[in-house]
Design a protein around this ligand. Structure first.
Ligand code: NAI
Ligand code: MG
Length: 495
């Protein structure tokens, strides 16, 4: 947390950070039409990392033209699938070849611990491209059992120009979840990274050009929500919008998209229940609960922020969890021994610390943490465990998006399921038990897009991810993302 960085920055990373940060439109880097730029901050030091071109509606318009041209020319959408696959494999390889630098860049811009960038964000981004590279040659239509005088079949075609708006919590990984399946299906994209973390998306843009992606296929427009974001959501020339972020903005996107009835997919917030039965392996459950809520400083949409523990084990478990939380080392996120970096921004710091006060006022007990964790600069918050929480408190109902666990006692299985489902969200859930029947029964009853049993937070490009209820709709990853990025056409041929 000191001003002098303990870890040396890779010179290629410094060089990239210093280079001009422009918009990628039609295969060329250019300033915003308005000439405006915005600052991206290192949240560990509060220093300005770079000034980045700020796209607004006029640039979105330009990008839509470029993307539309690329799409209609068919250089990408009508490319032989085996050739298109090569580009996605190449992008995966380039991410891997530049992994160490991308990890540092992500940590500088976002503040997440370097071990997480290095072991989670960057490898999973590469894996996502590689997984969808495999799909390119396996996207089929069907022959339909039509009447004998007809030959009827379906074609699965790209949707067209996709607007993809992503958040700051997993910047490169979210870019990959959006771009890889869209590109695999033959779409073209206008990607808007979050204003807090534009750097790895811009570097990915460079890597895509290095891979030789035809111009206009991927356009990258850093900017703000009300400027570039809302212009993408509303633009009549965009066929589909995919969004990850807050439920509040998700609602805005749906409204804006209604103008031209864009296809919409939304991956929004969560308040996921992590349910621990007394017969579970308590040591693994405590570690799972810890990672479930404190990974990436809790800035995870599927974080297990409501930790439910059966009454008889409640005190013991919350003690154990608090002890583990207290031992997490806070500090310079570039240092490999650090487990807790800063929150992404001043805005998130203020939001999260305000919930620490709300929790206290509501009568919850701070077992550990409960305050800022910095010794000067940086948006650090100590891993916090609240005990004596009930499910109707605001800290149990509202997405805090910070390192804050609300531990809640339950009576029995029915009560755990009832309380677990008593939320407006439904992104994820987990259950810890050695009873195999209970594990599967509870997994069925929980209203969530992903349920983990005796683990937390596992993600894999093969498995769909998305929400029930106000956590959004549509499923990313797996074969389900192919549905999001294709249209089905029925063809009838009179014989
Ligand atoms: P946000 O939802 O405002 O931002 C996410 C993305 O949407 C960013 O790229 C932003 O520029 C863009 N955006 C914002 N307003 C827009 C608009 N009107 N039209 C189009 N795009 C728009 O999230 P924010 O403000 O960064 O964080 C606030 C809260 O949202 C967090 O505390 C957390 O609870 C939640 N959140 C959830 C995420 C998730 O993964 N589900 C990710 C980020 C935030
Ligand atoms: Mg916002």
């Amino acid at each position: 947390m000191s001003a002098a960085p303990a870890v040396t920055i890779n010179p290629r990373v410094s060089e990239f950070v210093k280079s001009p940060k422009l918009l990628l439109i039609g295969g060329k880097w250019m300033p915003a039409k308005s000439g405006r730029t915005f600052e991206t901050i290192n949240p560990a030091t509060e220093e300005v990392l770079a000034n980045v071109a700020e796209a607004d509606a006029a640039d979105v318009d330009e990008a839509v033209k470029a993307a539309r041209r690329a799409f209609e020319e068919g250089k990408w959408s009508a490319m032989r699938p085996a050739d298109r696959a090569r580009f996605l494999f190449k992008i995966a390889e380039l991410i891997e070849a530049n992994a160490a630098e991308l990890a540092q860049l992500e940590t500088l811009d976002n503040g997440k611990a370097i071990n997480e960038s290095k072991n989670i964000d960057i490898p999973m981004a590469a894996e996502t491209f590689r997984y969808y590279a495999g799909w390119v040659t396996k996207i089929y239509g069907e022959t339909n059992p039509s009447s004998p005088d007809m030959f009827s079949y379906t074609l699965r075609e790209p949707v067209g120009v996709c607007g993809q708006i992503i958040p700051w919590n997993f910047p490169l990984l979210m870019a990959s979840w959006k771009l890889a399946p869209a590109l695999a299906c033959g779409n073209v994209s206008i990607l808007k990274p979050a204003e807090q973390t534009p750097l790895t998306a811009l570097r990915l843009g460079e890597l895509m050009l290095e891979a030789g992606l035809p111009e206009g296929v991927v356009n990258i427009l850093p900017g703000f929500g009300p400027g570039a974001g809302s212009a993408i959501a509303a633009h009549p020339g965009i066929d589909k919008v995919a969004f990850t972020g807050s439920t509040e903005v998700g609602r805005e996107i749906m409204k804006a998209a209604s103008g031209n009835l864009k296809r919409v997919s939304l991956e929004l917030g969560g308040k996921s229940p992590n349910i621990i039965f007394p017969d579970a392996d308590m040591k693994s459950a405590a570690f799972g609960a810890l990672m479930g809520v404190f990974l990436n400083q809790g800035q995870v949409c599927c974080a297990g922020t409501r930790v439910f523990v059966q009454q008889e084990k409640y005190d013991q478990f919350t003690d154990q969890l608090s002890q583990l939380a207290q031992n997490m080392k806070i500090g310079d996120p570039l240092d490999t021994s650090t487990r807790v970096g800063p929150l992404v921004s001043k805005e998130q710091f203020d939001r999260v610390t305000s919930y620490l006060d709300i929790g206290r006022k509501e009568g919850a007990k701070v077992k550990t943490g409960g305050e800022a964790g910095g010794q000067g600069k940086g948006y650090f918050v100590k891993p916090t465990v609240f005990a004596d929480v009930n499910n109707s408190m605001r800290i149990a109902r509202e997405e805090i998006f910070g390192p804050v666990a609300a531990t809640i006692a339950f009576k029995d299985e029915n009560d755990a399921v009832f309380q677990g489902n008593d939320t407006t969200y439904g992104l994820a859930a987990a259950v810890w038990t050695r009873d195999i029947s209970r594990a599967h029964a509870v997994a069925r009853k929980l209203k969530a897009g992903t349920v983990w049993v005796n683990c937390y937070g596992m993600l894999d490009p093969i498995s769909p991810f998305g929400g029930y209820k106000q956590s959004g709709f549509g499923r990313e990853l797996g074969k389900y993302a192919i549905e999001l990025y294709t249209e089905i056409k029925s063809v009838f041929v009179k014989l």
